[in-house]
Design a binder for this molecule. Structure first.
Ligand SMILES: [Zn+2]
Length: 252
């Protein structure tokens, strides 16, 4: 054998060895990668998130204004505003409960309750509607108030005394529902905007009603204590809340 032949054969042998080594290395890598690929393919896939939001419970907050040391207006002999609105609040709560509407009352007795605490109680439950009850011996029918705050975006950070601003558009629709129902019940309504606590602090559709006697030509024709008049007012408010529940359920 010549030296050049020996070199050629040695080169061929080395080339074969190198080819075998590369094939073996490729096979090893393939064996290593395949389980990883299989594992990746076996990763559980999360189901797509449902776009349908869970509808929260429809809850109404009734706030009988005043109470305890805060008597409110003296409406008649032995009748303070705090007692009249408490009685009406409890009657309305019973009427709504009979219709299957959950109600939270801020007070069920003659207790002193600061406005901030009333608002905190309401806001903690994210109610669908808040209704503040006042009474007066002046004016006629129902005085219906919404907050006088300028409307703000719901996403905006708002100080406590302006919290209602983000809900004002809904509050105006809620007040319109009350206006329609009370007018249908034959009770005259006067609309107004006011700066008032806890109205301005509530983070829910909110309105305040001030119940006054019925008058004609400046003279009282129906007293606040008239049972039929009270029943008519409560029927109107219950109808408004029923209507609001229907509209609320249709909202996205
Ligand atoms: Zn009052």
């Amino acid at each position: 054998m010549r030296w050049t032949d020996a070199c050629r054969r040695a080169r061929t042998y080395l080339a074969r060895c190198l080819t075998l080594f590369v094939c073996a290395l490729a096979a090893s890598l393939s064996a290593l990668v395949s389980p990883l690929q299989a594992q990746a393919q076996q990763q559980p896939t999360l189901p797509p998130r449902s776009s349908a939001a869970v509808q929260p419970q429809f809850l109404v907050v009734l706030d009988a204004a005043h109470g305890g040391a805060d008597t409110g207006a003296h409406l008649a002999a032995h009748l303070d505003e705090k007692d009249l609105v408490l009685a009406l609040s409890i009657r309305l709560r019973s009427m709504l409960s009979a219709r299957g509407i959950p109600v939270l009352t801020t007070r069920e007795s003659d207790v002193t309750l600061p406005p901030a605490k009333r608002a905190a109680m309401a806001n903690a439950h994210k109610p669908a509607a808040c209704l503040i009850l006042h009474a007066s011996d002046s004016g006629s029918g129902i005085h219906l108030f919404t907050s006088s705050l300028p409307p703000a975006q719901p996403t905006a950070f708002l100080p406590w005394d302006q919290a209602q601003a983000a809900y004002l558009q809904k509050s105006l629709r809620w007040a319109a529902e009350i206006n329609t129902a009370m007018t249908h019940a034959g009770v005259p309504v006067t609309l107004g905007r006011t700066a008032m606590q806890p109205l301005d602090n509530m983070t829910c559709p909110s309105a305040a009603v001030e119940i006054a006697p019925l008058t004609k030509d400046g003279a009282v024709t129906t007293e606040l204590t008239d049972p039929d008049y009270q029943s008519r007012i409560l029927a109107g408010l219950a109808a408004a809340i029923e209507g609001w529940r229907h509209d609320w359920a249709a909202q996205p």
